[in-house]
Design a protein around this ligand. Sequence first.
Ligand SMILES: CC(C)(COP(=O)(O)OP(=O)(O)OC[C@H]1O[C@@H](n2cnc3c(N)ncnc32)[C@H](O)[C@@H]1OP(=O)(O)O)[C@@H](O)C(=O)NCCC(=O)NCCS
Length: 161
Amino acid sequence: MIADVTTNRILIRQYDGDREDLRPLFREADDSEEQIDVYILSGVILVATDGAAIIGHLQLIDLPDNEVELKSMAVLEPWRGTGVGRALVEAALHHSRRLGRLRMLVATATADVGNLRFYQRLGFRMLRVERDAFGPHTGYADEVLIDGIPLRDRVWLDQAL
Ligand SMILES: CC(C)(COP(=O)(O)OP(=O)(O)OC[C@H]1O[C@@H](n2cnc3c(N)ncnc32)[C@H](O)[C@@H]1OP(=O)(O)O)[C@@H](O)C(=O)NCCC(=O)NCCS
């Protein structure tokens, strides 16, 4: 067990089961099945559990120069807004610091204002924008809207560890 998150029964631990069992969670974080196929088997995964149920995941993939990417994370709908996502990110930061990683990066859609709030409140800062990262050429449907904003550009955020 990596962390005992709260006073209640939500626990966070490293996952060593079948990655395919987590695909529904990966789908919550990424609309492109094609992209998920590329990275689902990579890196390390932390999961949040409530009793026997896995209710959230966070995937970390090592990058060059002792950096690490928070590649995918999601919390199941009924548990959102209860601190599970924050606890997963804090456990990931702790885990990566312990391994001597120097910086964590995360990318999300510029359109996803909620995620931008979430990550910035957890210490991430804007790094750069990749225009037109999302579209049919990368496995995303054309003209998807998030809160009325076209899903088009990707923003990278980072924080020193
Ligand atoms: C993003 C996500 C993982 C956050 O998990 P969570 O368990 O709901 O987050 P927490 O409850 O720990 O929230 C921490 C804080 O961020 C805020 N927050 C979390 N998600 C938010 C959102 N979408 N919009 C606005 N605020 C959000 C919470 O309100 C909370 O703020 P508070 O401290 O003022 O209460 C979750 O919303 C999710 O699974 N989303 C769908 C998948 C996804 O988008 N993954 C990220 C892809 S990059």
